[in-house]
Design a binder for this molecule. Structure first.
Ligand code: FAD
Length: 283
């Protein structure tokens, strides 16, 4: 199978709750998405280490099925020993990349051991040297906890300098924010690839709930159009696919290095959008 040209595609999953869900994800959803020729699938890490085993099992199951799988990792309420043993385990299983994050604040699971992703990167580099390729998160629309846009950029620059080779952004529906972020990175001498995170739109209510928390702005006109379609799943999906495909086309014109799709463990909308963009494996 060969991929059609660049940019590269990566696709994110969250770890299913049980073995049955994991089998369904690996044998059905991932197989369908693999037809798009992604570079890798990544698997999220629940707040406070709540999915430590589930993330690991999903990553290893994807890898056994022949896909490159990349675990997300955060310190959460874990201590360094737990992180070291997970790093050793991933290394012994030939996992080469990690998405390194501060992670979302766990509710009721104690407090953070480490307050930022940079500290985790330092732990990984101290323990595993340069073995892992590290991917970090970026926020073109500014991280919701940031004191200011400039401090957020300074901390991003420091996190990259600590040893990240690529960043994936929080999703956004505003190309200007991404372009501005790239310009500010350039001014700071941050030159790693900044891959836009893409969230397909399929469910307006959950999207607005999540976007408000994540600090992702949904343009007013789009909110209104989607609100009108609240009782029309097909209409929502059609508008979502059309809008997000257009967003990706504008990003392609900027020469993006790739796309990282937040699939929410579903294959339909991601496949429609990526196929329209020309991501299709072929013999
Ligand atoms: P950081 O880069 O540490 O930044 C967090 C905040 O702290 C920012 O406001 C920053 O300005 C500030 N900051 C950074 N460094 C310092 C410092 N030295 N001193 C003071 N302030 C500082 N969450 C999960 O729980 N599991 C996942 O698997 C997951 N995957 C994600 C994947 C992607 C691609 C993205 C974009 C997000 C993901 N998230 C995930 C969400 C992420 O964990 C949250 O957004 C979290 O709040 C921040 O994580 P970070 O690694 O970006 O943090």
């Amino acid at each position: 199978m060969t991929k059609l040209g660049s940019p590269e595609l990566s696709i994110e999953f969250f770890p299913p709750r049980d073995e049955e869900g994991r089998d369904r994800l690996v044998e059905n959803v991932a197989v369908k998405l693999a037809a798009l020729g992604p570079e890798f699938f990544s698997v999220t890490y629940g707040a406070g280490g709540s999915t430590r085993d589930g993330t690991r099992q999903t990553v290893l199951a994807l890898q056994s099925s022949g896909q490159e799988a990349v675990p997300h990792l955060s310190m959460g309420a874990d201590d360094q020993t737990a992180v070291h043993s997970l790093l050793d385990d991933y290394r012994s299983n030939n996992i080469r990349r990690i998405v390194a994050l501060r992670g979302d604040q766990p509710s009721g699971i104690g407090s953070y051991k480490f307050n930022n992703a940079q500290a985790l990167i330092e732990v990984i580099r101290q323990h595993s040297g340069d073995y892992f390729d590290l991917i970090v998160a970026a926020y073109p629309e500014i991280h919701p906890d940031a004191k200011s846009a400039s401090s957020d950029m300074d901390f991003f620059q420091a996190k990259v300098a600590a040893g990240a080779s690529r960043a994936v952004t929080q999703y956004f529906y505003n190309v200007d924010a991404y372009e501005d972020f790239l310009n500010r990175c350039m001014q700071k001498g941050v030159s790693i690839p900044i891959v836009p995170g893409i969230m397909p739109i399929t469910d307006f209510q959950s999207l607005t709930r999540f976007s408000d928390k994540a600090g992702a702005e949904i343009p007013r006109w789009l909110r209104h159009r989607l609100a009108e379609l609240a009782d029309d799943p097909e209409g929502t999906r059609a508008l979502g696919v059309e809008f997000v495909t257009g967003l990706c086309e504008r990003l392609l014109q900027l020469g993006v290095p790739g796309f990282h799709f937040y699939s929410l463990n579903r294959w339909g909308a991601t496949t429609q959008i990526c196929s329209a963009l020309g991501f299709a494996a072929r013999d």
